[in-house]
Design a binder for this molecule. Structure first.
Ligand code: UDP
Ligand code: MG
Length: 365
């Protein structure tokens, strides 16, 4: 490799000058009563960080005066404020996606508009990113929600741990920070039903979880009904695992095996003792076996459909962290001959790291 310098093209390459370091994305849906309080705490908290920042508000089709308030705030602080107004109500996660597309920062945070995630905690997340983490999750200290929400959410956490490879202590807290490469990958994911913290986790290289404070909703009420929460958890489960489809293959195998055993028992019995109840049970055994085959068939279909489903989501399959390429050294003064033609200049070694096969993209925890 003599005569060749190694150029490392890392995904964390410095941002062009003028772009803010920290981007904060906030989805807003009918939050008119609380926005003034949010502005009053958010901007001072970010000013106090002493870093360049931008705030991207996304109005998710609010039917109250939220948009008006956001526009007024934009006029007050146009240097650090961006407002995306969606055409209708597309849901919190789609709103955040829309916000991500407008972010420029190397550290991107998400925050709820209802002040349940105190803006004063942003500094902690940014510090964790400075320490080298590209995904900062959060755990709510003394979660301020109803008992039902807490119990249900603990049960769903456990189910997710079992069915997916995503490890999160507290999936519900949206105060999170992501590095630029993750955001770029998310922007390429064209998913309709997804859960951003889980999706981002797939692309995280060095995730960490920290504790943050959690407050009661300042004003207004939760925008999530029980039905929304159920749908969200289905999104989480079906979006990151095909376990529900797999269940059928397993049941089918089990059923076939059991009924095969039953057929054997009945056959032996018939030889030794003669037919039982005029062969009715033999008929049952055969029927069970056929049902087993059928369920297994459904499971097989599920396996194919699961693969089709994973394929059509067209997620980025992996994230490359760095590429090492041998480049010819350019001489200071024109030396004898073109250096690009010298033997060493032909070296084209590309060492790609991080390019894990699709299924292994989430193995680092
Ligand atoms: N939100 C949104 N679109 C929706 C529902 C909610 O943009 O369809 C926003 C909402 O304005 C808030 C955040 O998502 O900023 C979290 O919503 P909420 O506080 O109602 O959820 P909870 O805290 O009860 O889980
Ligand atoms: Mg809330």
């Amino acid at each position: 490799m003599s005569g060749a310098s190694i150029a490392a093209l890392t995904a964390d390459a410095a941002a062009p000058p003028g772009t803010p370091e920290v981007s904060v994305v906030i989805p807003v849906y009918n939050e008119e009563p609380g926005l003034a309080a949010l502005f009053a705490r958010l901007y001072p908290a970010l000013d106090a960080l002493g870093r360049s920042y931008e705030i991207v508000f996304v109005d998710d089709g609010s039917r109250d005066r939220s948009v008006v308030l956001l526009r007024e705030q934009f006029q007050r602080r146009p240097d650090v404020t961006r407002v995306v107004v969606l055409n209708g109500n597309f849901g919190q996660h789609m709103a955040i996606f829309a916000g991500f597309e407008q972010t420029r920062g190397t550290k991107v945070l998400t925050l709820d508009a209802d002040l349940q995630n105190p803006p004063e905690e942003i500094g902690k997340l940014v510090a964790a990113m400075d320490a080298g983490h590209d995904y900062v999750g959060t755990i709510r200290r003394q979660r301020q929600d109803t008992l039902f929400r807490r119990v249900a959410s603990r049960a769903m956490n456990r189910l997710r741990e079992r069915t997916t490879r995503i490890r999160m202590t507290d999936q519900g807290c949206m105060l999170r920070a992501y590095g630029r490469p993750i955001i770029d990958a998310l922007n390429e994911s064209r998913e309709l039903n997804t859960f951003i913290p889980a999706l981002a986790y797939l692309y995280a290289r060095n995730p960490v979880e920290i504790e943050v404070a959690h407050e009661e909703r300042a004003v207004g009420e939760s925008k999530y009904s029980l039905f929304d929460l159920i749908r969200l958890n289905f999104d989480l489960m079906t979006g990151f695992s095909i376990a529900p489809l797999r269940v059928f293959s397993l049941i089918g195998v089990l059923l076939s095996a059991l009924s095969a055993a039953l057929v054997t028992v009945l056959l032996v019995r018939r030889v030794l003792l003669g037919s039982e109840a005029e062969g009715v049970f033999t008929l049952f055994a055969i029927a069970f076996f056929l049902i087993g085959v059928l369920v297994f068939g459904v499971g097989m279909l599920g396996e194919y459909i699961g693969r089709i489903y994973q394929q059509v989501r067209a997620r980025p399959r992996f994230l490359v962290q760095a590429v090492l390429i041998a480049e010819p050294v350019r001489p200071a003064a024109p030396a004898s001959g073109d250096p690009r033609l010298s033997a060493s200049a032909d070296i084209r070694t590309a060492v790609a790291t991080g390019a894990a096969p699709p299924g292994d993209a989430q193995t680092h925890r």
